[in-house]
Design a protein around this ligand. Structure first.
Ligand code: PLP
Length: 409
């Protein structure tokens, strides 16, 4: 039995490239014969073989300028953007009659959609953020992909979209990583950011769910947020006018629609010298919720507090991991409502998310008062401790007792 991941990994190991991956269905078998990959379905299975044979070319034979040749990336000046977008992307389609197809890899590029696509008119879309990186012992790994699959499924249900099965989600992520391994930065230089998207791509005029859906994953090489492992503290301001989410809304999902409304506050905060804003709860304007795309924690002595998940806060994979790691390290961690006034009295504040891992908060401004937590650009002790603890697991420097790290290659 093979999956797209296995095929990609195989081809990569043998320095082969393919211009086209066939539609692969569960139960399909593949074997390499000279320069052809042969497919067959095991006897007695109910599988349609869509492509019987696939011609392989050695990577060295590819013409100059081919998107799938080794990219020319300056690893020391990676930012967080699409400059070094990976050569191939994954797409799969869902229809009422067939459900999800197996998906395939193809060159990164435009996807066809009608002007009447549900997502363009009514916003049926969710996304994920993940990363693949090198460990110190030369493996390429991803982090707790089952958690992203779970959140993706919950988001799909909240927006009346078909769920991508966990196995298909994780295998698709692995196939994108494996086939774009040349875009994974050397250890310590950054990571390959992965962006799964699920959207109602089919056309519809009246308000309703789309007749068909697209699940895609693209990727790009991105730099470390903090060069040299130094966490530069960020200055945040508490937002006193806008809310990010309300009880009963969709704040707890990575719905595309949650992110454009925060731009007006974020851009305004940046103009005034802050990195971002902290949102308060919509009901009482009293309790911390989170930052535009990060969860928030406060520290007082050996107690760490973070707002509980009640539908308005995004259930971050980093948030969950930091809670578990902090408990193992002897901290008392409470998921309880955190009044903003308590945060203003805390020893330390930090935020968490896949891209930054842990970000130390230098200062918090609320109603014109500024609370300074850190001095001389140095990160808070607990922020640094938690950042180091988690990145050491992710990069294979420390033991991974709960199998959070998943090897791709
Ligand atoms: C993605 C995101 C986070 C962080 O989640 P991770 O799984 O840790 O990356 C936190 N808050 C919001 C609003 C987000 O979109």
């Amino acid at each position: 039995m093979v999956s797209l991941t296995h095929v990609s990994a195989y081809l990569l190991r043998h320095r082969h490239d393919v211009t086209y991956f066939p539609q692969m269905q569960t139960g399909l078998q593949a074997r390499l014969q000279n320069t052809h990959l042969k497919y067959s379905a095991p006897a007695g299975t109910n599988v349609t073989v869509l492509s019987h044979s696939l011609r392989l070319r050695p990577l060295s034979a590819l013409a100059q300028g081919d998107r799938r040749t080794k990219p020319n990336i300056d690893w020391d000046s990676l930012g967080f953007g699409l400059k070094d977008v990976a050569g191939s992307m994954y797409t799969a389609t869902w229809t009422e009659e067939k459900g999800w197809d197996a998906g395939s890899l193809q060159p990164y590029g435009p996807i066809p959609m009608m002007p009447s696509a549900q997502v363009l008119n009514y916003g049926q879309a969710i996304f994920e953020g993940m990363k693949a990186q090198y460990t110190v012992d030369g493996r390429i790994v991803i982090f707790r992909p089952d958690k992203n699959a779970e959140r993706f499924a919950a988001g799909a249900q909240r927006l009346s979209m078909p769920v991508v099965p966990e196995a298909q989600f994780v295998n698709a992520v692995k196939s994108v990583v494996a086939s774009n391994a040349d875009w994974v930065p050397p250890q310590g230089k950054g990571s390959m950011y992965l962006r799964p998207v699920l959207m109602g791509s089919g056309p519809i005029l009246g308000l309703g769910p789309a007749p068909s859906y697209t699940f895609l994953i693209y990727a790009a090489a991105v730099g470390s947020y903090f060069k040299g492992g130094q966490l530069t503290p960020i200055d945040l301001i508490v937002e006193e006018h806008f809310h990010r989410a309300a009880p009963g809304g969709m704040g707890g999902t990575k719905a595309a629609g949650n992110y454009s409304p925060v731009l007006v506050t974020q851009l305004n905060a940046k103009k005034n010298g802050y990195s971002d804003v902290v949102y308060l709860d919509a009901k009482s304007d009293t309790y911390l919720e989170e930052v535009s795309s990060c969860n928030i924690f406060i520290v007082k002595g050996k107690t760490i507090k973070t707002p509980p998940l009640q539908g308005t806060i995004l259930p971050g994979v980093t948030r969950r991991s930091i809670i578990e790691l902090a408990r193992l390290r002897g901290y008392t961690v409470e998921e309880v409502p955190v009044p903003v006034t308590e945060a203003m009295e805390a020893d330390e504040v930090f935020t968490t998310g896949t891209a930054v891992v842990v970000s130390s908060v230098g200062s918090l401004t609320y109603q014109g008062n500024k609370k300074q937590y850190t001095q001389n650009g140095q990160p808070g002790n607990v922020s640094l401790e938690m950042y180091t603890a988690l990145t050491d697991i992710q990069t294979g420097k420390a033991a991974d007792p709960a199998d959070w790290v998943v090897k791709v290659l």
